[in-house]
Write a protein that binds this ligand. Sequence first.
Ligand code: DC
Length: 227
Amino acid sequence: MEDKKSLIIAIDGPAGSGKSTTAHLLAKRLGYLYLDTGAMYRTLTWKALKDKVNIKDEKALSQLAKKIQICLKPGSNVETKVYLDNKDVTSLIRSPQVNKYVSLVSIVKGVREAMVAQQKKLGKNGGIVAEGRDTTTVVFPEADIKIFLNASLEERVERRWKEEKTKGIFSNKEKVAAGLLKRDRIDSQRKISPLKISEEAIVIDNTHLSISQTVDKILKQVKKTVK
Ligand code: DC
């Protein structure tokens, strides 16, 4: 039987598909490391905005991506704690401003190369649940289990809108939908590592599933894989 600790589980999907919560809980259940790759792109975007780096300056963004020290640690609730040079940036990287620019920062070749190299290093010994847009296709094409998580646009908007409300951000659903659609478009149509369904991926539509039902579905797959 394969050592349960050594599996690589990769989950991709669009914004609001419940990837982060699913991946976090799944990692907890398995005692695995949870790798939130989106948080890494968000942290870089936050830092670039803070340092007033021109978002169109690919060279400057790539240099920043190579230089910064991002550290992910399990938090007490469903959120992973994100540190940049020892500063806790967990909530700062979820701001509407970061939401707006992160897709643009993550299309830069040098940025992706630096991030993917860090992610591969973190996963090299397995025992990891990696989540993002390209974890099944580019970061861990050798993953033992590949999942593509999706939900209807309506449901994704509802989830994102509620999430923002709990953070005191009062937006309207039309605005949230426009933001999600724009990110979906940039993430899926970019030249480098677009969001797409890997051939070996198991597609789970969780529009009508709770997070624990989604996690259970993936755990069934884990059981099959380690048998
Ligand atoms: O999953 P998220 O919403 O936190 O991701 C934020 C952005 O980061 C998303 O719009 C695209 C980018 N991203 C990416 O390009 N590749 C990944 N593996 C993860 C996220």
